[in-house]
Design a protein around this ligand. Structure first.
Ligand code: HEC
Ligand code: HEC
Ligand code: HEC
Ligand code: HEC
Ligand code: HEC
Ligand code: HEC
Ligand code: HEC
Ligand code: HEC
Ligand code: HEC
Length: 595
């Protein structure tokens, strides 16, 4: 939070604000009580001191990426005033307000402000705000080469750099159509931004300054700490362009709704339970944030200091968490034979492999190496593992665990049939045939379809849901057959889950040590924090699970049981293996019941 910007004393006291509408209505009402506006203009920076501020994130997508001029992103009523947030390029801001329409003059509010927010106390209902910053100065990515060559060189090989010169873009007349330029060039419509190919040839295509804001002043004065360009991880950055709603309907076919779909997925934000944990347990910022927070994961992969709790909770699994905007890494699929993982200056000569993925993804789609993230991130991180499995892995869940059932993230390990307790003599790796799909998780969870009509828009796969059975048809005959198979399997799995659960309950009531039985009833077999099968209260503590002992066989059975339940695919990830895990779990409990 920035320091509150104090209002000059001649401003009316807070109690004179009549009829402030509810917070949610403020931005959308046709005649809001507080209007938001913005203005540019050169501002002299008069010796203001730089305050160490974490800038707020871009929360509302802006066509073109980081806006060249500041935009108001939020206005919220506080107990005695109003809190404003804005977002824009690096530099100082000046906040203005005007009390009433008419001829009232714009008045500065506070001094030059380096932060992206202000809290004002004492306001009238008819106040208008605008925020200004120094006029933007764009320069083009060529200027950045000198100092950022390791980023510049591979970046120019991405489709971004060619966004203005694609043959389809040209044939659609995009180069001269002002409604196309904001997302296919740098700074179109903004001072010093793209005008046309002959006047501003260096600003064609998507470049550094789309994602980092105008940076000519920084390039000329790299030592100036106030002009260090934005590094934005929030999805709204990419969502400013990868957004079907911002595009003329005539070209909807080329613009799948990636941001919109992502925004419906669970990846869109940090889980509320996890966010609360960040605030109360700072160790969790690292341990849970590695998979749950975009900002934490970024800090870990780049070996930077970890963010604080608020910043850790601010960004979920965003575009830049999965995609490598600079394309420093390029991967071909391991299933095609080889994994290529090459640093800067790599040119795409790997076509001999038959398949090239240039989609700015730092890890392959598929891998077969067992992977569990436990302990220190640095020793565990392995970009050669399937992108999704970076997080969707079992975290080293073990039958010896006493506190929690396996985390609901074991999909990769189950797909490979490499987690859980199996009957002696069976192989320790039993990958599903489904693991051999060329794109593994993405094959089923990121199915796409092309644009047909406004009522049948493109599907980009970025909801990450198993939203269609079409992919199954190649092997199972038809989508409908596969869907039916999946529901038979779900029925089967549920039956088995109930059987194992009932056996465990029966063990708890008849065979568990008396102390546990009396204290916990059917929960005597459970973890200290029981899983979804045993609602209603805690289970035995770690000490109680050791003495009086819960037998190893019971611990193994509950481990298998919850691996399958918490995986969430009702067996589809590895049908035969999941059934095997449950059968063996039941056998283990039966053995204890008949002791
Ligand atoms: C003359 C050298 C130089 C040039 C040219 C230059 N930069 Fe930088 N850039 C730096 C230095 C040095 C830093 C580190 C500044 C700091 O952290 O205080 C930096 C930092 C950055 C950062 C922030 C990095 C972070 O971790 O916060 C971004 C983004 C960036 N530059 C983008 C650009 C872009 C875009 C251009 C071209 C328009 C550019 N730079 C041109 C030297 C340069
Ligand atoms: C200024 C607008 C803009 C921003 C901001 C932007 N993109 Fe793009 N992106 C484009 C355009 C335009 C293309 C299509 C280029 C082409 O194929 O001609 C594209 C293409 C891509 C592609 C390649 C698609 C392909 O077919 O291979 C990926 C991946 C991508 N963007 C990811 C991102 C991510 C991740 C971010 C945020 C970090 C982002 N983009 C931000 C405009 C943008
Ligand atoms: C809101 C930003 C935005 C606007 C406005 C926009 N585009 Fe795009 N365009 C993109 C992005 C982002 C992509 C990459 C699509 C993706 O996610 O795969 C793209 C991709 C394309 C592609 C596919 C690239 C290729 O080489 O096949 C074409 C063609 C295209 N745009 C044409 C246009 C035209 C013509 C207009 C204007 C009528 C336009 N776009 C307006 C953002 C935009
Ligand atoms: C499509 C959006 C996009 C484009 C284009 C882009 N960047 Fe970035 N940049 C990002 C994102 C997102 C991050 C933070 C995540 C990361 O480091 O990958 C970042 C991080 C950085 C950093 C911080 C340190 C680092 O190495 O990660 C620098 C410096 C930087 N970019 C410079 C540049 C330069 C120079 C260019 C142009 C040659 C450029 N970027 C093009 C999105 C972009
Ligand atoms: C190895 C990566 C990873 C780590 C580390 C991790 N999680 Fe998760 N977590 C996931 C994934 C992936 C999911 C989503 C699985 C699903 O919903 O099927 C998830 C789901 C959750 C959920 C939602 C469960 C639900 O039923 O919706 C909570 C709560 C959660 N994790 C808490 C935590 C806490 C607390 C920590 C730290 C102690 C943590 N996680 C550490 C990967 C991880
Ligand atoms: C959880 C990881 C993940 C997140 C988050 C994510 N993507 Fe993707 N994205 C992927 C994968 C994986 C693919 C490739 C899918 C395929 O080829 O089947 C992809 C494909 C794409 C492509 C097309 C690339 C190509 O070569 O055709 C674009 C463009 C893109 N994503 C943009 C975005 C944007 C914009 C966001 C944020 C709104 C985003 N992605 C969020 C994983 C992710
Ligand atoms: C950086 C870590 C990370 C990566 C990479 C990642 N996920 Fe996730 N995923 C999560 C977390 C954390 C959650 C749970 C979010 C929550 O509950 O708030 C989740 C949730 C999901 C869910 C929703 C689960 C539910 O219970 O509804 C699906 C489906 C999913 N991810 C699929 C994928 C796929 C497919 C990929 C690869 C393309 C992928 N994820 C990559 C961390 C990740
Ligand atoms: C053969 C297709 C297929 C493959 C491959 C696949 N999944 Fe799934 N997945 C499914 C199906 C079907 C479901 C059940 C979906 C449902 O019930 O909505 C599912 C469920 C999930 C869920 C739980 C979703 C929820 O709503 O609770 C997550 C998370 C998930 N998968 C992640 C992954 C990851 C990560 C991978 C790769 C390691 C993967 N899946 C591979 C088909 C697949
Ligand atoms: C690459 C071919 C292939 C694809 C694609 C595929 N499957 Fe399978 N599936 C198999 C094979 C082979 C088996 C037999 C079990 C095994 O080998 O793991 C199987 C088994 C199953 C089973 C267990 C029932 C049985 O007959 O044994 C279900 C349910 C299932 N698949 C559902 C799906 C669904 C749903 C999809 C799409 C999301 C899908 N499959 C995609 C090959 C495939």
């Amino acid at each position: 939070m920035g320091p509150p910007v104090q209002l000059p004393n001649h401003f009316p006291p807070a109690h004179s604000i009549p009829n402030l509408p509810g917070k949610s209505g403020w931005l959308r009402q046709p005649r809001p009580a507080l209007l938001l506006a913005l203005l540019t203009g050169a501002l002299a920076i008069l010796g203001a001191t730089v305050m160490a501020q974490v800038p707020t994130h871009l929360t509302i997508p802006q066509p073109g990426g980081v806006p060249g001029l500041p935009v108001m992103t939020g206005i919220e009523r506080t107990s005695n005033g109003v809190s404003l947030t804005w977002y824009g390029p690096a530099g100082y801001y000046q906040l203005y307000q005007k009390l009433g329409l008419g001829n009232a003059a714009w008045q500065t509010v506070g001094g030059l402000n380096f932060s992206n927010r202000a809290t004002l106390t004492g306001l009238r209902s008819n106040a208008f705000f605008r925020v200004a910053c120094a006029s933007p100065k764009y320069t083009g990515s060529q200027t950045c080469t000198e100092c950022h060559a390791p980023i510049h060189d591979p970046q120019v090989l991405t489709p971004h750099a060619a966004a203005f010169t694609g043959s389809r873009f040209i044939s659609l007349g995009g180069q001269t159509n002002s409604s196309c330029l904001p997302c296919h060039t740098v700074g179109a419509g903004v001072p010093t931004g793209f005008v046309n190919l002959s006047k501003t040839p260096k600003l064609a295509g998507v470049q550094c300054e789309n994602c980092h804001g105008p940076a000519a002043v920084h390039a000329a004065n790299p030592e100036d700490p106030t002009m260090v360009p934005r590094v934005e991880l929030a999805a709204a950055l990419c969502g400013g362009c990868h957004n079907a709603a911002f595009v003329p309907s005539s070209v909807a076919a080329y613009h799948p709704p990636r941001y919109e779909e992502w925004n419906t997925s669970e990846h869109r934000a940090v889980d509320a339970v996890v966010a609360a944990k960040f605030a109360t347990n700072s160790a969790s910022i690292q341990t849970c944030g590695a998979c749950h927070s975009g900002t934490v994961r970024e800090a870990l992969t780049e070996d930077q200091p970890l963010p604080g709790a608020a910043e850790a909770a601010a960004v979920g699994i965003a575009c830049a968490t999965c995609h490598d905007a600079h394309s420093l890494y390029t991967h071909t699929n391991v299933l095609a034979g080889v994994v290529t993982n090459v640093l800067a200056n790599f040119t795409f000569t790997n076509s001999v492999l038959g398949r090239i993925y240039t989609n700015q993804i730092p890890s392959p789609f598929a891998s077969f190496q067992p992977y569990h993230t436990t302990g220190a991130f640095a020793t565990n991180y392995n970009p050669e593992i399937n992108l999704c499995a970076q997080c969707h892995n079992d975290r080293g869940a073990s039958p010896a665990d006493t506190d929690f059932p396996p985390h609901p993230s074991g999909q990769y390990n189950l797909l490979l049939g490499a987690v859980g307790v199996i009957p002696p003599g069976e192989p320790t790796n039993q990958p599903a045939t489904h693991a051999f799909l060329e794109k593994q998780c993405a094959a089923c969870h990121m199915q796409t379809s092309a644009y047909v009509s406004p009522s049948q828009p493109a599907v980009s796969g970025h909801s990450f849901e198993m939203a269609s059975f079409n992919v199954c048809a190649t092997c199972h005959g038809s989508a409908v057959t596969a869907m039916n198979l999946a529901s038979f399997l779900e029925f089967d799995i549920n039956m088995q889950v109930q059987t194992v659960n009932a056996s465990l309950n029966s063990w708890a009531l008849t065979k568990a040590p008396v102390a546990l039985r009396t204290k916990y009833g059917t929960r005597a077999w459970e973890y200290s924090t029981p899983g979804s099968l045993s609602p209603g209260g805690p289970g035995p503590t770690a000490a109680e699970q050791t003495a009086p002992a819960v037998p190893l066989a019971i611990k193994q059975a509950r481990h298998n049981l919850y691996l399958v339940v918490n995986d969430g695919s009702h067996g589809v990830h590895n049908p035969l293996y999941c059934l095997d895990l449950l059968n063996y779990a039941n056998a283990l409990v039966q053995q204890e019941l008949h002791k």
